[in-house]
Design a protein around this ligand. Structure first.
Ligand code: MN
Length: 704
């Protein structure tokens, strides 16, 4: 652990005018406040803020920021209050400590998503206030990652590593703090992909062992080349970080041996002219790999990064990456934004709240113009949040929703009942339609009415799972109510045909025979036609249709194939519903768009309709199967009439496929019966038998 004087000396080394007293008081205050608290490592807790302050001195930050590092956990983890901090260390430090505290406060107790979202929001708010808050938080996270292996819980380690990979490393990258980014990624990678990490490290070791001190040899070769060409350069070689190799292995699906650029070299030159000269010398000596040259000096990256990049073919099997930059650019690349925060001798040492640095100004502007935080997200490349939208309740509660969500999604996210009864919404005080997409930062007030129900139309525009499920559930309930009403009607009608008052026991017995749980299930089954009229009659009054079972004809079932000649092979056809042609009828075919050929009997009334296309002359083939004929029968309204009718059909082996009571008065009942018959002759016999029966008044075949 850094001692007090060591820490102060480090700051004085780069900023002789630093507020020594502030640092000393912060050190003592923090040590006393944290008292005997311990870290997971067993070290005194106090060692953590001091190490964080130490990391911040590497960035050569001002005394206020260093003091903030020392004090950053006092409000959160000790009895110290913000008022105390302000009184003792001034408003600037108090505001910074408060900013860092806000970032940490929400950890724990929330789900991963809530925590991440909340963190992000607070981050943006805190960063917009003072970017130094972010620098302290990143140093804090870096030290926590360095000591992560002391935490016993695997789950906790992985959660912290995941958060580091998803939020902190990208933020470090965004502000150009590549040194932090590299280390954060390496530590998180080790935790998240222990096997991957081991593999890459082992392979790197193998590579090193097999090639002797290859890195040093190539580096001195480059130095010699440049020196001969008149460019004084400092050449450093380094292997790529395991995590960056791992990412390349993942992204390119190639073998380790084929992975180019495992070794990278950095060439530090005195000035920009020397950088381009060095590039020329290198390209003359080794062949450049096309497409790999990038000039970030004439066109810096948005985060301010400047350098020349190229990849050359160094030897038969090896390509090496070379970065060429000045010392100043190198420092910027390592410390990013922080490089501009560093004390500059003779410069203005007053607290630089907002530095004039192009990308930072952009970022802060974007945050300031809070209308579009998604722009900030874009900048910070926190891809995990780009499919999210964050909105607020009137009370300021944060609601996280999938992007594209509307007020209905919002209402359901707050409470199911609020969703069910919402009728309108106000976004930022303005009345909007329920399908208005929400934007980040919107404050949403839901207008509700107790009389409202979920509208099936909502399903067309809600995007959240919760809202979608609620609307579907409601629609299903509605459909069920309608089905039940329909089923009840069918039941009354069918059972009414029996002309018998049914006892509860009889109904229960019928339910048992149909293997249905209760009347509701029966109504639904009738409405869905999983239980037909005859099945119900048979269940209620066994034997009433007993003889209706089709006689076994050795064919596969009621809808055996029929063959018709005169059709082009392969053309789809169907027997018309209007005239129900059966084998033996004279038939013709009519083409219907999208339906193939409809087969009608020649005397079907529908054939007379105008605009009908040409008739195809058809004939029944040999494999005639069965047809479904429709007859209309009027019977006396008397007990046993229906039974008499069905008995005849059963006797003749005609399978009833549908039986509908179409009309009834005091004297007569009119049934329409659809029955499977072999052919016209079969039907003619049945009709004759029916006409011969006393119970039957009249029978006609229905052909339209
Ligand atoms: Mn901390």
């Amino acid at each position: 652990m850094l001692r007090q004087y060591e820490l102060v000396d480090r700051v004085l080394a780069y900023d002789p005018d630093a507020d020594e007293d502030l640092l000393n008081r912060a050190y003592v205050f923090s040590m006393q406040a944290h008292g005997s608290q311990l870290r997971a490592s067993g070290d005194p807790y106090f060692s953590h803020p001091i190490e964080v302050a130490g990391i911040l001195t590497e960035l050569k930050l001002d005394a206020e920021t260093i003091a903030t590092g020392i004090l950053h956990d006092t409000i959160e983890d000790t009895v110290a209050t913000p008022e105390q901090i302000e009184k003792l260390f001034g408003a600037h430090v108090a505001r910074l400590v408060d900013g860092v505290t806000k970032l940490s406060k929400i950890e724990g107790g929330l789900t991963a998503n809530e925590r991440a979202a909340e963190n992000l929001r607070k981050f943006l708010l805190a960063m917009s206030d003072d970017i130094r808050v972010l620098l302290v938080k990143l140093a804090d996270r870096l030290h926590n990652m360095r000591t992560l292996h002391f935490i016993p819980s695997l789950e906790k380690r992985q959660r912290i590593a995941r958060e580091t990979m998803d939020i902190y490393a990208p933020l470090a990258e965004r502000i150009g703090l590549y040194g932090f980014m590299d280390e954060l990624q390496a530590l998180a990678f080790q935790q998240l992909e222990p096997e991957g990490y081991d593999t890459v490290v082992k392979r790197l070791e193998g590579l090193r062992a097999g090639s002797g001190d290859m890195v040093a040899r190539i580096a001195s070769g480059i130095r010699l080349l440049l020196g001969t060409g008149g460019v004084e350069a400092d050449v450093r070689g380094r292997e790529k970080r395991p995590y960056s190799i791992w990412r390349k292995l993942q992204a390119h699906r190639i073998a380790f041996e084929n992975l180019p650029d495992v070794i990278a070299f950095r060439v530090i030159v005195p000035d920009i002219a020397a950088a381009y000269r060095a590039l020329g010398l290198i390209h003359q000596r080794w062949q450049a790999v096309p497409g790999r040259f990038k000039d970030f000096i004439s066109t810096p990256k948005r985060n301010g990064y400047r350098s020349l990049h190229t990849t050359v073919i160094h030897s038969e099997r090896m390509r090496i990456e070379i970065q060429i930059r000045t010392a100043e650019m190198d420092r910027e690349a390592e410390f990013g934004l922080a490089a501009h925060w560093a004390y500059k001798a003779g410069g203005d040492t007053s607290a630089p709240a907002r530095v004039a640095y192009p990308w930072l100004k952009d970022l802060l502007d974007a945050v300031d113009q809070a209308a579009s935080p998604e722009e900030v997200l874009e900048h910070t490349r926190l891809a995990m949040f780009q499919d999210q939208v964050f909105a607020f309740t009137p009370k300021g509660e944060l609601i996280q929703l999938p992007a594209g969500s509307c007020p209905v999604d919002f209402a359901y996210a707050v409470h199911t009942e609020l969703g069910d009864t919402c009728v309108g919404a106000k976004i930022n005080g303005r009345v909007v339609t329920l399908r208005t997409p929400l934007a980040n930062g919107d404050q949403v007030e839901i207008l509700r009415s107790k009389a409202q129900h979920p509208d099936p139309a909502w399903e067309g525009f809600v995007v959240s799972i919760k809202a979608r499920a609620a609307v579907r559930r409601f629609v299903r309930q509605q459909e069920r109510a309608e089905l039940l009403a329909m089923g009840r009607k069918l039941y009354d009608e069918v059972v009414g045909r029996l002309k018998l008052p049914l006892s509860e026991d009889a109904v229960d017995a019928a339910l048992g025979r149909l293997k249905l749980a209760d009347r509701t299930a029966l109504y639904l089954a009738l409405a869905r036609q999983t239980v037909g009229d005859t099945a119900l009659l048979e269940a209620v009054l066994p034997g009433s249709t007993a003889n209706l079972k089709p006689k076994k004809r050795g064919r596969s079932g009621p809808k055996a194939a029929i063959s018709i000649t005169g059709l082009t092979p392969g053309v789809a056809y169907s027997l018309a519903d209007c005239c129900h042609p059966i084998p033996g009828d004279r038939i013709v075919g009519v083409g219907r768009a999208g339906k193939g050929i409809e087969v009608h009997s020649i005397d079907c009334a529908h054939l007379a309709e105008p605009g009908e296309s040409e008739w195809l002359d058809l004939h029944w083939g040999d494999e005639t199967g069965t047809g479904v004929a429709r007859v209309s029968a009027v019977v006396h309204n008397a007990p046993g009439s229906l039974a008499a009718l069905t008995a005849i059909l059963a006797h003749h082996g005609a399978n009833i496929v549908n039986l509908t009571l179409t009309d009834r008065d005091r004297a007569f009942h009119n049934f329409v019966v659809d029955m499977e018959v072999d052919d016209l002759a079969h039907l003619t016999n049945i009709v004759a038998a029916l006409r011969a029966t006393k119970a039957v008044v009249s029978v006609e075949r229905v052909k339209a």
